[in-house]
Design a protein around this ligand. Structure first.
Ligand SMILES: [Zn+2]
Length: 107
C-alpha cells in the first residue's frame, strides 16, 4: 500500500531570511514578529534563528511587511522615538556649516 499525497496540500508557509551566524534559514510565520513604524509604511522584523537560537532584527520594506502580514505574522506598532541628542547636535553642526539652512530641509 502506498500513501498518496496531494502535492502542496500540507505545505507550510516558509519565509527565507538570513541569520548572521548560519546564513540562509527558513522560518515559519510563528518564528517572526513584525515591528511596524507608526509614522511610516515600513518597519522591521525580528526572528529567532531555528538553528542557533539567536534573535536577529532586519529592516522590512513596505512590500516585505505586506508579504509577512499575509502569511499571518504577528505585529506590533512601534511609536517613532524622540529625536536623539546625537541627531540634534549633528543638525546644529550642519547648520553652522550651511550658509543656507533651508537647503537642509529640502534634502
Ligand atoms: Zn542562526
Amino acid at each position: 500500500m502506498h500513501p498518496t499525497y496531494v502535492r502542496g496540500e500540507r505545505q507550510m508557509t516558509t519565509i527565507k531570511t538570513t541569520c548572521g551566524t548560519c546564513g540562509d534559514v527558513e522560518l515559519t510565520p510563528a518564528d517572526l514578529a513584525l515591528e511596524l513604524d507608526a509614522a511610516g509604511d515600513g518597519g522591521s522584523y525580528r526572528f529567532r534563528c531555528p538553528d542557533c537560537g539567536d534573535v536577529s532584527r532586519r529592516p522590512a520594506s513596505a512590500r516585505v511587511v505586506s508579504v509577512l502580514l499575509a502569511t499571518g505574522v504577528v505585529y506590533e506598532m512601534v511609536p517613532t522615538g524622540p529625536i536623539t541628542e546625537f541627531e540634534i547636535s549633528g543638525f546644529v553642526t550642519a547648520l553652522d556649516r550651511e550658509p543656507n539652512p533651508f537647503r537642509l530641509l529640502a534634502g
